[in-house]
Design a protein around this ligand. Structure first.
Ligand code: BG6
Length: 477
């Protein structure tokens, strides 16, 4: 029987734009997250044409981690975190994205943050690009539609790799790079790639081109990073949402297979170093003539990631249409059906702890690489009880069941797992809806959807539960 590594990285995960605030402080530029308004449950966030006065942009102030990080890190240390996953806001380092020289004040902020973490023995785990690319790259270059952005990104990567080479060992290139497989929802292409699709354009073609430039940039970053410090561990970051067949009908089985291929080819390329045949054929059959060069394919081969970082929140089920085309093309917005065996969160995210074990096995069989669960968690409306505390047993239940499955994947299936960092460790702005009241944290932050509150931090019941989980290396759940 396998067991969790002795140095298992128990941690918490966040992203710069969802908690830092200080959107225009310290020389920071405007990012794509700064032009997204607050939505609500079922109401999409609006992407505005720049920052428009009078609109509500929740990421601008967020929970002001920028101003509170010392006290917050102290709380992380109280809980006993071994690692802390966050991202470096690209716009703090290169406000517009296309500058030659970095912004020293931004670099200093992350030096200070990493020093503060290391002071308590908390290992930083860093994502280079987490839904927060410079907005200037969108308006001037069309985002990742443009090959030039590869150079801007690798320059950014090189600068931060060099600067933090003795402070940060664990990196990831692009957060949930595969969300954009769903091209029907503008949010995904915008947050992943800074791409806005104009009427009459083929969103799918644009996505495959932009994503190609991103996987090339990711592979280059892996090579650059390893040269700067051979001890760096540089991972992919994939949103694992298993797609099950809705029935044993062979058509549903194949539909689910194609759906998995469509969502996870990004990992084939980043971890396997090559495009899968079905996709190359599909792109050729479409007659798209994408800008994918032989030199790019060599870069992909030479820049394979060291580990698979992934998020896991839910699973979905898919059903074949009556008249499937030969390609069995998967369209996330129409092919998903409700799974009657599962319950869902208030936001319709189907709760499926066993799906975590399934996803881990799926990755393991394909890539034979160490894995790192860098997001998992339960978004809920928390209530402060009469005693002044949040009793979030529902969150503990969710996490306990997922950790149980994670342990089975390690102990029974023999998977090599580096760590586990639950999402939104401290309450922050939801990426999908821009809400504050969709909370994931072990630490409550007094701020609501209207932006009201004192920003006071307090420990929820889940805080004490997770503290004990870490202390016992997952033995006591
Ligand atoms: C992942 C993202 O999609 O899920 C995070 O990497 C995000 O940025 C998290 O916050 C939870 O999603 P949401 O929409 O509830 O914030």
């Amino acid at each position: 029987m396998g067991h969790l590594r002795k140095d298992f990285l128990w941690g918490g995960a966040v992203a710069a734009h969802q908690l830092e605030g200080g959107w225009n402080k310290g020389g920071k530029g405007v990012s794509v997250a700064d032009v997204m308004t607050a939505g609500a449950n079922g109401v999409p966030r609006q992407i505005t044409d720049g920052v428009i006065p009078g609109k509500n942009y929740p990421n601008h102030d967020a929970i002001d981690f920028y101003g509170h990080y010392k006290d917050d890190v102290k709380l992380f240390a109280d809980l006993g975190l071994k690692c802390f996953r966050t991202s470096i806001a690209w716009t703090r380092i290169f406000p517009n994205g296309d500058e030659e020289e970095p912004n020293e004040e931004g670099l200093q902020f992350y030096d200070d943050l990493f020093d503060e973490l290391l002071k308590y023995g908390i290992e930083p785990v860093i994502t280079l690009s987490h839904f927060e690319m410079p907005y200037h790259l969108v308006t001037e270059y069309g985002g990742w539609r443009n090959r030039k952005v590869i150079d801007f990104f690798t320059h950014f990567a090189e600068v931060v790799f060099k600067r933090y080479k003795n402070k940060v060992k664990y990196w990831m290139t692009f957060n949930e790079i595969n969300n954009q497989a769903n091209t029907a929802v503008p949010f995904f292409l915008f947050t992943n790639s800074g791409v806005e699709v104009k009427p009459g354009e083929d969103a799918e073609k644009i996505m495959y081109q932009a994503a190609h430039y991103e996987v090339v940039a990711s592979a280059l970053a892996v090579q650059i990073g390893h040269k700067i410090n051979p001890d760096f561990q540089i991972g992919a970051m994939i949103a694992m949402v298993p797609l099950y067949p809705a029935s044993p009908d062979p058509r549903d089985i194949f539909k689910a297979e194609r759906a998995m291929q469509t969502r996870y080819w990004f990992a084939d390329v980043q971890a396997g170093g090559a495009y899968p045949t079905w996709l190359t054929q599909y792109q050729q059959d479409k007659g798209w003539d994408l800008d994918i060069t032989l030199a790019d394919l060599d870069v992909l081969k030479a820049g394979k990631v060291d580990y698979i970082g992934f998020s896991y929140y839910m699973s979905n089920a898919v059903k074949a249409k009556d008249n499937e085309p030969a390609s069995y093309k998967y369209e996330e917005n129409v092919d998903i059906v409700k799974n009657p065996t599962l319950q869902a969160s208030e936001w319709g995210w189907q709760i499926d702890p066993q799906g975590l074990r399934y996803g881990m096995n799926w990755f393991n069989d394909r890539f034979h690489l160490p894995q790192f669960i860098v997001e998992n968690g339960f978004g809920a409306i928390d209530k402060i009880d009469a005693d002044g505390h949040v009793h979030d047993d529902y969150r503990v239940d969710y996490l306990r069941q997922h950790i149980e499955q994670m342990k089975l994947a390690v102990e029974v299936d023999g998977i090599d797992l580096m760590g586990y960092t639950p999402w939104g460790f401290i309450d922050l702005v939801s990426a999908g809806t821009g809400q504050m009241d969709k909370r994931y944290g072990f630490i409550y932050v007094d701020k609501n959807d209207k932006g009201e509150g004192t920003l006071k931090r307090s420990k929820k019941d889940s805080f004490y539960w997770y503290e004990n989980v870490i202390k016992t290396n997952g033995a006591d759940l």
